[in-house]
Design a protein around this ligand. Structure first.
Ligand code: ZN
Length: 440
């Protein structure tokens, strides 16, 4: 339908042209041998910060500059020539780095101390949730996160596909999105629950039972616009219970087969050893949370190149909503999240930067980065995870995640040196997405 509309629109525009067709015998105004004039070069933008962190080598290169032309980076290095007509932005004291990539977010959720997850799924109209998601996307971009993997709308259907299109078309401001649409859970395993059993309650994800239903759900979601397939390999069957593995290995493997056939990777929520073990055995691409991962499971993830999104900030925020003040010793769930990250790193698991933002406020995505440093990673390791690392695990490393000629110009300037103090990433001075300067 969209194509047909475009065709009609083009026809109307052509039909509305007022110039009559030139007579066939009219002398040519330009020699047929003359080459057509070259198209005007896209506008150039030269950033002159104190230094550049390229997202790859882990150091700030003092005195480097970045030249952008159109939507791409065309030059990086010391003392670049200023092209005629270039816009020059001096950023004294700042570091220019790749636009950060949020690895695990939910733009259609807002912090649980504002409204419980149940209330958001059950009581908030879709239009309200979408309007909030628009504001969340804007806050995310202004915080320097120029890309985001959104891992499920949590009951808001396929609204993420429309939000992604609105951002891509320039209707609203936000990060470039990879979306998972509804996500997929085992029948009866997710929520909201606790209601009269005879009444159908809206659920936070699409329910399946058996490999056939799983394959159908994967294909339905991909057809609707899913860039990633998101599964829940474990969950608590009732409030207050411990989480248990839900989907079988066969069900997860069926999803992976259908998703990979369609060129889509698979992200799996798994916090129990058994849920993680099944996800690894089924050949998924990333595991989310992983709080219960054992050294053996992390070794298997490392050998298969399965990345972990540790979501420390989700554990931290959830504990604070239950009354934790932040004082040590932290509650068991927070300690478990930190310990899991340490075990994963010791095993050599690729670490993604993804905090499960939405559980906490959009725009404060860097909270995860601060917690990763507190859990033992160096600022440079965390910065690499949030840029070139996430670009690789999100399958966009050929376009994003580094300050390198040829890549898309998604850049952020932060005050100070983020490799010295990770808190610098919260002091965003400039955001450039696709070569376009966005005010912080
Ligand atoms: Zn999540």
């Amino acid at each position: 339908m969209a194509m047909r509309w475009l065709t009609i629109a083009a026809t109307v525009m052509l039909g509305g042209a007022s110039l009559p067709p030139a007579p066939v015998s009219a002398p040519a105004a330009v020699s047929v041998d003359a080459a057509p004039p070259p198209p005007p070069a896209p506008a150039a933008l030269l950033l002159r910060p104190a230094g550049v962190f390229d997202g790859v080598d882990g150091v700030v290169h003092a005195g480097w500059q970045v030249l952008v032309r159109g939507e791409r980076i065309v030059g990086v290095g010391p003392v670049l020539p200023i092209p005629a007509g270039a816009r020059v932005i001096d950023l004294p004291g700042d570091t220019v780095m790749p636009g950060m990539i949020e690895g695990h977010g939910h733009l259609f959720l807002h912090p649980y101390d504002e409204a419980s997850w149940d209330d958001q799924v059950l009581h908030e109209p879709l239009a309200l949730r979408t309007a909030r998601a628009v504001a969340n996307a804007r806050a995310t971009l202004r915080a320097g996160f120029t890309s985001e993997r959104d891992l499920g709308t949590e009951g808001a259907g396929y609204a993420d596909v429309g939000l992604k299109a609105a951002i891509d078309q320039g209707i609203v401001a936000g990060p470039r999105l990879s979306v998972a649409t509804r996500a997929i859970v085992a029948l009866g395993a997710y929520g909201p629950k606790g209601f009269e059993p005879g009444v159908a309650i809206p659920q936070g994800a699409e329910e399946v039972s058996g490999s056939e239903q799983m394959i159908a759900a994967v294909r339905r979601q991909i057809a609707a616009g899913a860039d990633w397939v998101k599964l829940y390999a474990d969950y608590r069957w009732r409030a207050g219970e411990e989480a248990r593995a839900t989907l079988s290995v066969a069900e997860i493997a069926a999803a992976v087969g259908a998703a990979h056939d369609a060129g889509r990777p698979v992200a799996v929520h798994a916090a129990t050893p058994e849920g993680m073990r099944r996800a690894v055995a089924a050949g998924v691409d990333t595991i989310e949370h992983g709080y219960g991962g054992t050294p053996e499971i992390f070794a298997a993830m490392a050998s298969r190149g399965i990345a972990l999104c540790p979501t420390l900030a989700a554990a931290d925020a959830s504990a604070r909503y239950r009354g934790w003040t932040g004082a040590e010793p932290a509650p068991a769930a927070v300690l478990a999240s930190r310990a899991a990250l340490r075990r994963a790193r010791a095993a050599g698991v690729p670490i993604c930067m993804g905090g499960d933002v939405g559980v906490f406020a959009h725009g404060s995505n860097a909270r995860e980065m601060t917690l990763m440093v507190a859990a033992g990673m160096t600022p440079a390791q965390v910065l690499i995870a949030a840029t070139s690392g996430n670009a690789r695990w999100m399958r966009v490393g050929d376009r994003l995640g580094a300050v390198k000629p040829g890549l898309l110009a998604d850049l952020v300037a932060v005050a100070g040196d983020p490799t010295a103090d990770i808190a610098a990433v919260r002091a965003v001075r400039l955001v450039v997405k696709n070569g376009v300067v966005i005010a912080p």
